[in-house]
Design a binder for this molecule. Structure first.
Ligand code: ADP
Ligand code: MG
Length: 443
């Protein structure tokens, strides 16, 4: 087993134990022996040993299983030799602290669980696929490729698979961000250890890779990743990958990786609807112990639309304010508190012109045609979508929207807005088009 196993184990435990627990009780242990079926740790004294056994042994066993896929025997030896070392005689490992090998694991954020993930139409598909990847790895969505803009929950879902796997204790997994994967592979090439790293990464039940778009243009790494990917697939291992865009839109990504990714399930996270935003804000406020009045929840949900991380930032600020002043700020107070950039700034940065251009590009028509008076369905539909988006994204007055479309009047803008709004609930294709356009316009 690899020497960095103990460090990986500690890192994994950071997801389920407190920092203090790790610092006080687990970090002082020194691994003496790590074999395929055994982990022997040196403990400073017998009280320390008792506490670790009572409080942390179960969690350590589960984590060791998650990492190695095996049930390891975990044993302890006293520093002063108060107990004979168990058989087989432990080989003292070279000081692990000095070996600064890059670790394989992302620390799992303890909040990133399925229980804490609010489900709405924007994320139902990806969430249920992620759950099935955790429960029945390699069976249905393989590879599972989750895409979506910043702050929409990609990392949360990926780590939730890790957390679920850890809790169930039946499968092994590795969770690693792509830039870390890159470091690990580069280091392995340098130290001629690529075979062992490859075998480690492709021998788990579930491999979770965050932000694969970072591998853009990294030829050698992509080739190595392809080898690992293929080896893992042959063993029916589950692979889950996240990216800020769909496979074929990642620049300079090898075509064979693109086709492998597309052969599985590509699932898109889209910006949450107002209803989901309200639910998320309510849930997060509750976690922070904040009793927010509905008007404040509504204010936040209507002003922060595209990035859930920003909602958390806003709530943290409100919570800090409430602690300091002893009360929840009113609407005006919240506006002031969040003035510097937490509210979505689209009102100022996105223009009607920019929306018209994106829509024209999307439907591959000239902007003049989009704004003109042609009444063919292929033109009328994009035109209505463009007007709808002007209202939805920048709340432009209908009169301004009409005027920007070759001097039409406000009734045309109202009609277009209403037509699309009524179409969306029943028409998946239109909904996907609108979502894709919103993402493109905001990016
Ligand atoms: P990404 O990786 O897509 O940039 P993250 O997964 O880091 O986004 O999510 C940003 C923040 O928003 C995290 O704190 C995450 O917990 C939270 N979040 C995202 N989606 C949801 C959701 N559906 N329910 C609850 N919290 C969410
Ligand atoms: Mg992320």
């Amino acid at each position: 087993m690899h020497l960095s196993f103990w460090r990986d184990l500690l890192q994994l435990l950071e997801g389920s134990l407190s920092r203090d627990a790790i610092r006080l009780w687990l970090s002082p242990l020194t691994p003496l022996l790590i074999s395929d079926d055994k982990l022997v740790l040196e403990v400073p004294n017998c009280i320390h040993e008792r506490i670790v056994r009572q409080r942390y042994l179960d969690a350590m066993r589960r984590a060791a299983h998650a990492l190695s896929g095996k049930t390891l025997l975990i044993d302890f030896v006293l520093v002063s030799g108060g107990q004979t070392a168990p058989e087989p005689q432990p080989t003292r490992l070279p000081s692990m602290a000095r070996q600064r090998k890059p670790s394989y694991l992302a620390t799992l954020n303890p909040n990133y669980t399925f229980q804490n993930f609010v489900i709405g139409s924007c994320n139902r598909g990806p969430c249920s696929a992620a759950l099935s990847a955790a429960r029945k790895p390699g069976k249905k969505h393989n590879p599972l490729f989750i895409t979506g803009g910043v702050g929409l929950g990609k990392t949360h879902l990926l780590q939730a698979i890790g957390a679920q796997t850890l809790a169930e204790g039946t499968h092994s997994f590795i969770c690693i961000p792509s830039d870390r994967l890159m470091d690990v592979l580069m280091e392995a090439f340098k130290n001629r250890e690529i075979a062992s790293v490859r075998s480690r990464l492709s021998s788990v039940h579930i491999l979770l890779i965050d932000d694969i778009h970072s591998l853009s243009g990294k030829n050698q790494i992509q080739e190595e990743f392809f080898t690992i990917f293929t080896a893992l697939c042959q063993k029916r291992g589950q692979i889950v990958i996240t990216s800020d865009r769909p496979p074929r839109e990642i620049p300079r990504l090898h075509q064979r990786l693109v086709s492998r990714f597309e052969a599985g399930s590509v699932m898109q996270l889209t910006p949450p609807t107002l209803k989901t935003r309200i639910l998320i804000i309510e849930r997060k406020a509750r976690l922070l112990g904040l009793a927010l009045p509905p008007r404040i929840i509504m204010l936040l949900a209507s002003r922060i639309r595209t990035n859930i991380r920003r909602m958390e930032g806003a709530l943290n600020r409100i919570a800090a304010h409430a602690t300091l002043s002893g009360s929840i700020p009113d609407e005006e107070g919240v506006e002031q508190l969040l003035q510097d950039g937490l509210f979505d700034g689209e009102e100022h940065s996105v223009t009607i012109r920019a929306i018209q251009q994106k829509v024209a590009d999307h439907f591959q028509i000239k902007i003049g045609t989009l704004l003109g008076h042609e009444r063919r369905g292929q033109i009328v539909f994009p035109r209505q979508i463009a007007m709808y988006l002007c209202r939805k994204l920048i709340s432009s007055p209908y009169a301004d929207i009409g005027a920007a479309f070759s001097g039409r009047d406000h009734t045309t803008a109202i009609h277009s807005h209403r037509t699309i709004e009524e179409l969306l609930p029943s028409n998946t294709e239109a909904r996907e088009t609108v979502d894709a356009l919103i993402t493109a316009i905001r990016s």
